[in-house]
Design a protein around this ligand. Structure first.
Ligand SMILES: Cc1ncc(COP(=O)(O)O)c(C=O)c1O
Length: 452
């Protein structure tokens, strides 16, 4: 039987994360070298390596019998816990009625884009999740390329907004940022908020990495600076290492009562409610406790140690520029200084660069520029520094906290040998590229792997 797929789905590109998965699997099964069985140095996947906090796991087990549907916006205990969590960590007064729980922030961002009319402004580089959603919904959108500091320039934002015809515009702000790992400080947010007020721009502030901020005292939510125009999204996926639980929340702006009914309509139509046992488990994740607090501090300290190492090791490769992460588990590495050599080696796009690094003998998975909504010929890449065993690293950290730089270096070498070896492999690749001794990268064959 031949099935006909709806044109709307035919028209959208495969989301990059799925494309990447397919590519890595294909590469794996097609690689004839014995070394390929080892897999690859994984700098591509954006997933926290740590175990789900024990407290959340235990609470989930205790609630397995809860089989009834939950209320559309979330169980009251959870909305209350999220309200207190926002007060405690983000100094925000958010009544539980302004909070909606959904199956991950990705879905909630999609829902917001469904109900909000207007042109979307997408600063680039960007997380690879937004663009397929915007395209799927056939929304008007404009990119807002960032400048050398990789942050939104308020004057560029104003200039773009003035050109747009729509009464309402929607800015997607991702703070802390994936892929750069950078954090907007309070002043930077205030400057952006001024432009948003002036130009009637609604903000979707994706703050899923908020609690990974290394110096947490520096984090400010846009919901605090621009409460009348910001939808804040956050959840369990990154700070609580529970992406698979699929639970996120959105805080509605102040005085948005009319919109709430419309939003509930969408939630009820699309998914009824998040799984009830998961909501109960999430209460434990958002309630203030010593255990969760220690988890956030420990995991962010480890991310920082890995991030500092990755930043310094990549920056030590002659020609590589990298963002120095303030949060998350990513940084953006800029390989554009090698553009001429790459072109000479017939590596003409960022996609080809990712492909040539994944094949034997390099075995290194990165997310290339075009997956980050950059030009196809921009040789920048997102490097996720999470390829290590989170459970044992967490334990080792608590047993013996590294203090000095030398101890931190030793900690990385001991606990994350694949991060160390993978960066060495990247260094080796660019070294060979410069010396013109790159092993025979067959661009034709690789692109066949991707498209199949
Ligand atoms: C910036 C950003 N926003 C949202 C998400 C998705 O989060 P969730 O698991 O809550 O859907 C991710 C996951 O990679 C992300 O990096």
């Amino acid at each position: 039987m031949k099935f006909v797929v709806d044109q709307q789905v035919e028209d959208i590109e495969m989301p990059e994360n799925l494309k990447l998965n397919t590519f890595l699997q294909e590469f794996h099964s097609n690689c004839p070298h014995p070394e390929c069985s080892f897999g690859f140095y994984g700098f591509a996947f954006g997933q926290s390596p740590f175990p789900v906090p024990q407290l959340i796991q235990n609470t989930l087990i205790k609630n397995v019998e809860k089989g009834a549907y939950a209320p559309i916006s979330g169980i009251p205990e959870l909305r209350n816990a999220i309200s207190k969590y926002n007060k405690y960590y983000f100094k925000m007064d958010v009544a539980p009625e302004r909070i909606y729980v959904g199956p991950g922030t990705k879905e909630l961002i999609f829902n917001l884009l469904e109900i909000l009319h207007g042109t979307v402004i997408l600063p680039t580089p960007a997380w690879l999740g937004y663009l397929p959603q915007i395209r799927f919904l056939k929304k008007n959108y404009h990119m807002l390329p960032t400048r050398a500091n990789k942050k939104i320039s308020p004057s560029d934002l104003r200039r773009l907004a003035l050109r747009l015809q729509d009464r309402q515009k929607i800015l997607i702000l991702n703070n802390p940022n994936n892929p750069t790992g950078l954090l907007y400080d309070q002043l930077e947010l205030e400057e952006i908020a001024d432009v948003c007020r002036e130009q009637n721009i609604t903000v979707i502030s994706d703050e899923i990495y908020a609690l990974t901020t290394y110096d947490f005292s520096k984090f400010t939510s846009m919901g605090k600076i621009y409460p009348e125009g910001t939808f804040v999204t956050n959840g369990l996926s990154k700070s609580h290492a529970a992406g698979g639980y699929r639970l996120g929340y959105v805080i509605f702006p102040q005085h948005a009562a009319d919109l709430k009914t419309q939003f509930k309509k969408i939630l009820a139509t699309e998914y009824t409610a998040v799984s009830t046992p998961i909501q109960h488990a999430a209460v434990a994740g958002f309630e203030i406790s010593k255990e969760m607090d220690e988890y956030f501090v420990t995991t962010r300290n480890i991310h920082q140690i890995m991030g500092d190492y990755t930043y310094h090791a990549l920056s030590a490769i002659d020609g590589v520029k990298a963002t120095k992460p303030d949060a998350t588990f990513y940084l953006l590495a800029d390989f554009n200084a090698f553009a001429t050599d790459l072109q000479k080696a017939r590596i003409s796009t960022s996609q080809k660069l990712s492909e040539s690094l994944i094949v034997h003998p390099y075995h290194t998975a990165i997310v290339g520029g075009d997956s980050l909504v950059l030009e196809r010929t921009d040789f920048s890449a997102r490097i996720a520094y999470v390829d290590y065993d989170g459970a044992s690293t967490y334990k080792n950290y608590l047993e013996n906290k590294p203090q000095s730089n030398a101890e931190k270096l030793e900690f990385v070498k001991m606990n994350a040998p694949k991060v160390v070896a993978g960066i060495d492999m990247i260094a080796d690749f660019f070294d060979k590229l410069k010396k013109d001794t790159l092993s025979n990268f067959d661009s034709k064959k690789s692109s066949m792997i991707t498209s199949s």
